[in-house]
Structure formats: structure tokens, C-alpha cells
Design a protein around this ligand. Structure first.
Ligand code: SF4
Length: 232
């Protein structure tokens, strides 16, 4: 999420992109979220002709060949549920050949997915933005049979409430940024509630830097943990 907030300096706050690299092997998404920064960037820099039609950039698979272990988010400009099956197959093949890396996928449409994999370096997640979307977590686990799951709560438009975190190994919390007039910043009690639930289950929680920069969570209360498997 692009951050247009004035930067408060802090050596204590980790920016998630410094640890987890975006590798956009697919660009484009038909979902049409109001706050989509990827669509704006795609149009601004003319990356593809039509953001609503996902395109596969197969040549980027060579970037998986890093010797140093890295953690990549592969869906920074797409939604995994709209990848074509042959793209997924090629990406999984390459991920199998590069076990030193960890690959993260996110979706808002887990009902479209039907995946089975026993690869240990693939992590599948859903984005939840409000209470009505909590069921996405269960649907993901039903439809994607995999070793690792995560959940991202960003941007939040209301209090999510009680979440079934069974099987979830990483929880990311954030807020809407940018200067959109309909912006709905996360509220601290919503963030606190989700963080507390995850921590009760010993799930690592990562509060994204924007929660601090937007003045929602003070530095002393920022929690920024990664799963031990990421080895960061
Ligand atoms: S799901 Fe993600 S990529 Fe798709 S429109 Fe929404 S924010 Fe953009």
C-alpha cells in the first residue's frame, strides 16, 4: 500500500518491503477494489494495457534463482485466484526448484481456488477487510490444501471481531493509506483485538509500518514478528 503520510523517523520500525520482496510475476486483477494502488501504478506507468486482464510475465521466474534465501510476495499486483492454471503450474515448478526461498500468495476470492501442494516453501493467505469477510479464512483452508497459511487484515473498514485462527501461522495487520477521500483508516481497538487473538494462539503478528506512521499505534506498542520459517 502506498504511503503518502509524512515520515516520522524511527529506527525501531521495520518496513515490510525491506524484508519481503514483491515479485510480480502476474500483473492485473479484475476485482476492482476502490483502494487498489496496483491498478493506479499499472495505469500510471503503462505496465499493461488493461489492468483488469491479468498477464503472466514468465521471464521474471529467473528472479527466483537467488542464492541467498529470500521471501517473496508473488501477488503484490494481482489476486492469486485469477491466475491461469498453467501460470500456477510454472510458478510452483520453479518454487520447487528453489527451496531456499519462501513464496507468499494472497487472495480475496478463495472460493475460486482448488489447489493441492505439499511444497514446504509456499504460504497461502487471504485478505480480510471487515467482519463479513472472516469466512474467507475457512474457505481458503478448504480449497487450498497446503502446508502453510497466513492472513492479512488490511485495509480495515470495521471491527472484524472473533476470528478462527486455527492453522494460521502469520497475521499481518495494516491500514488504508494514500489520499483517497473515502479512506477508512484502521482504528486502534480493531488492531488490538486482532493482535490479541492471534497472540493468544502464539501466532506471530506483524503490524505494518503505516500503523505507526499514521499515528494509529505508538512505537512502543508496535509488534513486528515474522514466522521462524522465514529466517529473516
Ligand atoms: S484484490 Fe488486490 S490487486 Fe485486485 S483490485 Fe483489489 S487491491 Fe487491487
Amino acid at each position: 500500500m502506498r504511503n503518502l503520510l509524512p515520515r516520522i523517523k524511527s529506527d525501531m520500525i521495520t518496513c515490510i518491503k525491506d524484508k519481503i520482496k514483491n515479485l510480480n510475476v502476474v500483473i492485473g486483477c479484475p476485482i476492482g477494489c476502490r483502494y487498489c494502488y496496483a491498478r493506479n501504478n499499472c495505469r500510471r506507468f503503462h505496465i499493461t494495457d488493461d489492468f483488469h486482464k491479468p498477464e503472466f510475465f514468465e521471464r521474471k521466474l529467473r528472479l527466483f534463482d537467488s542464492k541467498r534465501p529470500k521471501v517473496f510476495l508473488l501477488t503484490g499486483m494481482s489476486d492469486f485466484a485469477y491466475w491461469q492454471p498453467d501460470w500456477t503450474e510454472k510458478v510452483f515448478e520453479k518454487a520447487a526448484a528453489t527451496p531456499q526461498n519462501t513464496y507468499l500468495f494472497l487472495t480475496k476470492r478463495p472460493e475460486r481456488l482448488h489447489i493441492r501442494t505439499d511444497l514446504d516453501n509456499l504460504w497461502f493467505g487471504v485478505t480480510v477487510t471487515c467482519a463479513a469477510e472472516r469466512e474467507r479464512i475457512g474457505i481458503l483452508k478448504q480449497n487450498v490444501r497446503a502446508k502453510h497459511y497466513h492472513a492479512t487484515f488490511e485495509p480495515l473498514s470495521d471491527e472484524v471481531g472473533e476470528v478462527d485462527f486455527t492453522g494460521i501461522e502469520w497475521v499481518v495487520l495494516g491500514t488504508e493509506t494514500g489520499n483517497c477521500k473515502d479512506k477508512t483508516p484502521s482504528q486502534k481497538p480493531w488492531i488490538d483485538g486482532l493482535a490479541a487473538q492471534a497472540q493468544r494462539k502464539n501466532i506471530p503478528v506483524f503490524m505494518k509500518e503505516d500503523l505507526f506512521f499514521a499515528g494509529i499505534v505508538p512505537e512502543s506498542l508496535m509488534i513486528q514478528k515474522f514466522p521462524k520459517e522465514f529466517d529473516l
